[in-house]
Design a protein around this ligand. Structure first.
Ligand SMILES: C[S@@+](CC[C@H](N)C(=O)[O-])C[C@H]1O[C@@H](n2cnc3c(N)ncnc32)[C@H](O)[C@@H]1O
Length: 275
């Protein structure tokens, strides 16, 4: 299977947009509730969800005048968070067609289509002119991309001089291999993890100055333990992660196991494009 088909097969569920729309229709027109509540369990496909997006945006100095490229935008949860919390304009680039369709439907439903544009495409060949973005945002995407040099050079190309790269990603830990399946890969075919030090070096060699670098692994494990000790809500959720990702329980269990066993680490980094 070629790479694009493999990514679509990993993430895309058939008729996702229609299924989500049917659920949103059933939940009525309260936009705030759709954003804050109904979509919350599924729309941010990375560890620590919405809080991680807001922290990354603050760390990179996002403001409403900025134009942001969100690479591998998933079903658009991070873009909606950035648009609603910071008021900026976002272009989401996403390889998975079903996710692009679903994102457009949701954005329209919650009234954010004027702030967020979705482009279907590959981060290895970005369909954008040079120097048009203030910020490139990328959360939990690099794990799927083998040619990281190319994504970084493309990111550099589309950023304004002194533009910033905001990165939140999973890296390889000191123990290998990882347990599969995980959310980003059912098997090694589309799993391309660098260690944190390899990635850090590569970014600096790719023409970026490091502004901050943080290992979030310990904090994430503590958060998982805290969440486990809390009683679970008995109210059934209208949308669950199973709609977006196949077999989420097994994948989540493996992610936690990989974190605990030192097989994966989570990194947040902010970089500025060199002149
Ligand atoms: C784990 S999800 C994270 C989605 C989103 N960033 C979020 O945090 O909610 C990874 C996303 O990256 C997308 N992706 C993977 N490789 C890509 C590529 N080469 N170009 C564009 N998108 C890609 C996948 O289709 C998937 O939606």
């Amino acid at each position: 299977m070629n790479y694009e088909k493999a990514i679509n097969a990993q993430y895309g569920q058939s008729d996702l947009g229609k299924k989500i729309l049917a659920i949103l229709e059933g939940e009525g027109l309260d936009t705030a509730r759709l954003i804050q509540d109904i979509l919350a369990p599924i729309e941010e496909l990375h560890l620590r969800g919405r809080s991680a997006t807001i922290e990354l945006a603050r760390a990179v100095g996002l403001n409403e005048s900025m134009r942001v490229l969100d690479i591998g935008c998933g079903i658009g949860g991070p873009a909606r968070t950035l648009a609603s919390e910071f008021g900026c304009h976002i272009i989401g680039l996403e390889l998975c067609e079903e996710y692009c369709n679903a994102t457009e439907i949701i954005n329209d439903r919650v009234g954010l289509s004027n702030k967020i544009e979705i482009r279907q495409g590959n981060a290895l060949n970005m369909p954008f002119d040079n120097e048009i973005f203030d910020i490139v945002f990328m959360q939990h995407v690099l794990m799927n991309i083998e040619n990281k040099e190319r994504v970084l050079s493309q990111s550099k190309r589309v950023l304004y001089p002194k533009g910033r790269l905001a990165l939140n990603t999973i890296c390889a830990g000191s123990i290998t291999p990882i347990h599969f399946p995980v959310i980003w890969a059912n098997n090694p075919d589309i799993n391309f993890l660098f260690t944190a030090s390899e990635l850090r070096q590569l970014i600096s060699n790719s023409g970026f100055k490091e502004l901050s670098w943080k290992d979030e692994t310990k904090e994430i494990l503590e958060g998982i333990e805290r969440a486990r000790s809390k009683p679970r809500s008995k109210n059934p959720q209208p949308i669950s992660l199973g709609l977006i990702v196949a077999d989420p329980s097994t994948k989540w269990r493996n992610i936690v196991r990989n974190l605990k066993e030192g097989r994966i680490e989570v990194i947040q980094g902010i970089f500025e494009k060199n002149q």
